[in-house]
Design a protein around this ligand. Structure first.
Ligand SMILES: [Zn+2]
Length: 540
């Protein structure tokens, strides 16, 4: 088996890795390079022939991992894309949404050409055969619904010649029994492999543990909501469609259900067509269970935190029905087990349907008559550059009664990135600045005219920090300290993050007595021979 890191390196987008085994070529992920000044990787002649690829293994549905799949088929690929069922359904909706954008290079018909395949049984941890001596395994990563790390195994097991490499995909930070985000089940420990390919998005970042968790998030959200309730203003939260919107909806519902009488006049509006299109798929995924092989049925993607927070028992069928209804109500879908409504603690019993319909963004209000009262608007996109949130921002930035709270990463060059620079600057001080927020078409809002309160809502990240990446790499697998790979290729991060993570892992492994070799692949590297454990000598 040989591996070559063909997608852009030293950056967090455009994930793509080529593998070759016995003359058979395949990819792990085929992602779009985003925020590019020019065509770059997305349109470049790729260092492989799509027609020769046998299949693609896909870790999850974010565009920087799957966004070039339509282009791959257009350029001659005819094989299957293997992933979880949830990833396939979510990616299909998200790619079709991209196809509808004016600058898209592919159509819905191109997305329809993708040949998805997913395992029906033993989705997580099971051995899925790909060729006579080639298997893959999926392990949940707590990043987004459906996201998995993918382990590839090859060679003769009976002769003790089987080898393996595991691809982390993107890793979330939620670990067992300490899940902080509502709709993610914990990250699975992975078996030790010979090689690991590790993402490094936050390879140099250390996050305060207090940033994660329902309590700290609720406190910040409550503070901002009280401000708009007092002034009958609007709280705008730009958010990403997959994961972030659903987590924010849960927190708003929690707030209202915990003190219904305080928030009776608050209305909620979801202006996020893509998130609304994803809602039924997400609700089905959260409802999904799988046997663990011991006759015990467990939720596949929904963690125990929902049950703990809401006073529900995850072994009681009626309580499980109630938990699933709470997920559905949160996403604007009707409850299907009305008999279970009296289960759980007071918050569970008071869980409201705030969005009247997942597909009708104009009607998502607590009470229609309160159009002029305080309202929360959750709108996409998360960086404020496109879509509905850009329109809301343009309308609200000059309004002193409005609060704008960013819930996730914003590139420095994005509208959200520019506004985040002003978060700690009070409105009177902004008047001294000369900058402006450009809306395209020559239209702009002068910085000095921004009257809205600007804020950040931390605690929603579904990316592990340096300690989380190290914890995934070194786990007590079946009671023994082990490394995800003896050799770790650091991928999918800016150079400073790759360097910092590489150092941290080397040090961590040394302390644990589980030494690892970290390699930062470079753009002009050729293949690495995994059987010989060394780079393939170039023909020159
Ligand atoms: Zn991702």
């Amino acid at each position: 088996m040989k591996v070559r890191f063909v997608g852009p390196l030293g950056t967090v987008t455009g994930s793509c890795t080529l593998l070759e085994h016995d003359g058979m070529e395949f990819l792990v992920d085929c992602g779009l390079e985003q925020e590019l000044p020019g065509p770059g990787w997305n349109q470049a002649p790729w260092p492989f022939d799509p027609a020769r690829l046998r299949f693609v293994l896909l870790t999850h549905a974010h565009a920087d991992h799957c966004g070039l799949l339509p282009a791959l088929y257009k350029r001659g690929f005819k094989g299957f894309v293997y992933c979880t069922e949830e990833t396939a359904k979510i990616a299909e909706i998200m790619l079709k949404n991209s196809a509808g954008l004016s600058n898209s290079e592919f159509t819905e018909a191109d997305v329809d050409a993708i040949r998805w395949r997913w395992p029906h049984k033993n989705v997580l941890g099971g051995y899925h055969p790909m060729a006579h001596d080639l298997f893959v395994q999926f392990f949940r990563t707590a990043h987004v619904l459906g996201a998995v790390a993918i382990r590839v195994l090859w060679g003769d097991r009976e002769r003790g010649q089987q080898k393996s490499i595991i691809f982390s995909g993107d890793l979330g930070s939620d670990v067992e029994d300490q899940e902080g985000l509502p709709f993610l089940r914990h990250r699975m420990d992975v078996p030790p492999s010979d090689f690991a390919v590790l993402e490094s998005t936050y390879g140099s970042k250390t996050r305060e543990p207090a940033e994660q968790g329902l309590g700290p998030r609720q406190e910040r959200l409550k503070h901002l909501v009280e401000k708009i309730m007092l002034e009958k203003g609007t709280l705008l939260i730009p958010a990403f469609s997959l994961g972030r919107v659903q987590d924010l909806l849960f927190d708003v519902h929690w707030l209202v259900a915990s003190e219904p009488e305080c928030y009776a006049d608050l209305s909620l509006r979801l202006d996020a067509p893509l998130a609304q299109a994803l809602s039924p798929v997400i609700a089905r995924g959260l409802d999904r269970t799988e046997s663990n092989g011991k006759g015990k049925v467990r939720p596949l993607w929904l963690g125990k935190q929902i049950f703990r927070w809401l006073g529900l028992d995850d072994t009681d069928p009626a309580d499980i029905d109630r938990a699933n209804d709470i997920c559905r109500l949160t996403l604007g879908l009707p409850a299907v087990h009305p008999d279970a409504a009296a289960r759980g603690n007071e918050i569970a019993q008071a869980w409201p349907l705030l969005l009247s319909s997942p597909t009708d963004s104009s009607n998502g209000r607590l009470h229609a008559r309160q159009e002029t009262g305080a309202k929360i608007v959750i709108a996409t996109s998360g960086m404020g550059d496109h879509g509905r949130s850009a329109q809301w921002l343009k309308a609200l930035l000059k309004d002193p009664k409005s609060v704008i709270a960013f819930s996730g990463y914003c590139a420095a060059s994005s509208i959200g990135g520019k506004l985040q620079e002003l978060v700690n600057l009070p409105a009177p001080e902004r008047r001294r600045l000369r900058g402006e927020i450009p809306w395209g078409n020559g239209d702009a809002t002068s910085t000095r005219d921004i009257q809205a309160t600007l804020a950040v809502l931390p605690g929603y990240s579904a990316h592990a920090d340096q300690a989380g990446l190290a914890a995934w790499t070194f786990s007590q697998y079946r009671g023994v300290a082990s490394a995800a790979g003896r050799t770790v290729f650091i991928q999918h991060g800016n150079e400073q993050d790759r360097v910092a993570l590489s150092r941290a892992l080397t040090e961590h492994g040394r302390k644990l007595g589980v030494p690892v070799q970290c390699i930062r692949p470079m753009a002009d590297d050729g293949f690495y021979d995994l059987d010989a454990d060394c780079p393939v000598a170039s023909a020159a």
